[in-house]
Ligand binder design. Sequence first.
Ligand SMILES: [Zn+2]
Length: 336
Amino acid sequence: MKTLTYFSVLFFVFSCGSEAQKTVTDYAESITETELKTHLYTYASDEFMGREAGTEGEILAINFLKNYYESAGVSGGSTDGSYFQEMTVTDRSGNSIDSYNVLGYIEGSDKANEVLVITSHLDHIGIEADGQINNGADDDGSGTVAMMEIAEAFIMAKEDGNGPRRSLLFLHVSAEEKGLLGSKYYTDNPIYPLTNTVANLNIDMIGRIDSLHIEQPDYIYLIGSDILSDDLHDVSEKANEDYVGLTIDYRYNDPTTLVYEFGRWRENRYYYRSDHYHFVKNNIPAIFYFNGTHKDYHAPTDTVEKINYNLLEKRTRLIFYTAWEIVNREERLSLK
Ligand SMILES: [Zn+2]
């Protein structure tokens, strides 16, 4: 009896000890291709009707995200503590649309008033005239489920007493496909002061491989990392070197690099074409994570079985490691 008790105490002590010694890698490993796949098979299913802003599909998407954050223990990030930022926006045809951004929030510890904003767009382009559904598995189901897994990893860390020093806002913007309207609305009506927003990591399409990388698929395009802050670029490079080892392709950092799209060659201008742009124009340094376009871009064939889940896991972990360093480092990222 006595011996047993002694061993039980020892076991208890060692369990507690190993709990306290968990590292960033333990949390990164909670981001798995299995969970990403499970989330995406729901989020990019026909049930969500292509998630067009202002439609029933968007309502299903925002409630899915709210329910997820609620059950994961992530707080609502809107002014009243809710998960939604309601907005009325005007689309390219001049129509008014009622739409919603979704906000999950994890409060920091000693630097809580400084916020890292992670974004992806929750909406897509809905249903074609002939009834085909645009599931948007890559665009931007991939970025959406990546954020869900990153949030879960930070919550696990917080529950172990390893919560972030700075705060994290998981901002799922809507109406991106109608002209970056949700991210514009947020930066015009910020819930957390833009002057205290230390960076934006924007994820838009990270589940596929483009035609330039078929032979070497372990890549990702990063756009903008060194444009406003050398620190941001260095943190990102180090996170990749130390933990992930993807090939980072910076060719689209130059907006004039040509890309073949919609049947012709044109300047890529990606730096201006996703939601980070509204942060950048407010002098907030940003990285845009992107796999490039493919033949299923904005087509009903952008579906879940075409996603490379192992690669999605690696890319999501890279973003998590980068976020971890940004929120936990002593110095705020400095601007150029
Ligand atoms: Zn997109």
